[in-house]
Design a protein around this ligand. Structure first.
Ligand SMILES: [Fe+2]
Ligand SMILES: [Fe+2]
Length: 151
């Protein structure tokens, strides 16, 4: 059975994924310097994955007789993922990505738990699939963070 908690989490996750696409795209375009190349390539690959996540969530909302939201429902959250004024500041983008991935991991953990409670295994499967992708993204950017130590 679907609950409001499930459809609310799906709707929030859908908008978060699209905000992530927007910020990964801008950062992949804007970063400069030799240290940026690997991060930019990784962001480019993740843009498509995050867009696919939004599509999966939107389709699940449709299956639950709900509609994915349009842009008027959008309320920007990712203040730490705005393109940096210093376009060589790769570190700030890495930190912002890690924060976004942690947020996504939290959301999909909550969604998996809510779906389990509600005996909705299909939504739970979507949540676990997306959770695995976000954990892989986090691992990748933790690797970049080691390459750019804070001092
Ligand atoms: Fe995602
Ligand atoms: Fe991600």
């Amino acid at each position: 059975m679907t609950t409001d908690e499930i459809t609310d989490l799906l709707t929030e996750a859908y908008l978060d994924e699209l905000e992530t696409v927007m910020n990964y795209l801008s950062n992949a375009i804007v970063l400069d310097g030799i240290h940026a190349e690997e991060v930019k390539a990784s962001l480019e690959a993740d843009i498509q994955e995050e867009l696919d996540h939004a599509r999966m969530i939107g389709e699940r909302l449709k299956q639950l007789d709900e509609s994915p939201p349009g842009s008027e429902s959008f309320d920007a959250q990712q203040s730490n993922l705005q393109p940096p004024a210093d376009t060589t500041d790769v570190q700030s983008v890495i930190d912002g990505v890690l924060e976004a991935e942690e947020d996504a991991i939290e959301t999909y953990r909550s969604l998996a738990a809510a779906a389990d409670d509600a005996n909705d295994p299909v939504t739970e499967d979507v949540a676990v699939t997306l959770l695995a992708d976000e954990e892989a993204h986090r691992t990748e950017f933790r690797g970049f963070q080691k390459e750019f130590p804070m001092d």
